[in-house]
Design a protein around this ligand. Structure first.
Ligand code: ZN
Length: 199
């Protein structure tokens, strides 16, 4: 899959200290961007002149006030991306300026992504797959719910409908129609059909 998208505006549970580029304070960019880290560090220190690269340098030098500003942003971004991955089959996430924090940012980010990512289990089988029938997929969905999954991701309207009845956890649906290009829920009518099947 070769399509790409920018990830800045998903809603967050708590507002940040700055505005997103769109003006809201409860978007990813307002809580987990470089500017958000600068704002959190400024709030902790009273010094609003410290830029992101200096926060990174101070963190490497052991400045404890940088810790919460950076790890809070890393965890929030990890949660937000884990949520995104329940809806789309992205296999590469490209970060921006946060890379300069190295393990200080990527460590807590990856921890949250790993933990949250486990909560949603994908139960899908394409045409020709030995497991490709709705009854089998429903048994898999029930089994992964019993195993601790907090959400199920499945493919195709029949499976969405059946899984939604069979399990108590949220079901997210995708419709894959091809194996090249943009093949996940490529048409607007399919995007609308998935939520309709759920209801
Ligand atoms: Zn926004």
């Amino acid at each position: 899959m070769s399509s790409t998208g920018e990830f800045a505006h998903p809603l967050q549970p708590v507002p940040g200290l700055i505005q997103c580029s769109c003006g809201r304070t409860d978007h990813v960019e307002a809580v987990a961007s470089g500017l958000a880290i600068e704002a959190a560090y400024a709030a902790a220190t009273g010094d609003d002149r410290v830029r992101l690269r200096d926060v990174a340098r101070r963190m490497r030098d052991g400045d404890s006030l940088t810790g919460a500003a950076v790890t809070d942003a890393a965890r929030l971004l990890g949660r937000a991306i884990a949520g995104l991955l329940t809806a789309v089959d992205a296999h590469t996430v490209v970060g921006g300026g946060m890379a300069q924090f190295g393990p200080d940012f990527l460590g807590p980010f990856a921890d949250v992504l790993r933990t949250e990512g486990k909560l949603t289990v994908s139960c899908q089988a394409g045409d020709g797959d030995p497991l490709r029938d709705t009854a089998t997929q429903v048994r898999m969905a029930r089994a992964v719910q019993a195993g601790g999954a907090l959400a199920i991701r499945c493919g195709g309207l029949a499976d969405v409908q059946a899984d939604a009845v069979a399990v108590d956890v949220p079901v997210t649906g995708l419709k894959k129609v091809d194996t090249e290009g943009v093949f996940i829920t490529p048409a607007a009518n399919q995007a609308f059909a998935v939520p309709a099947a759920r209801a």
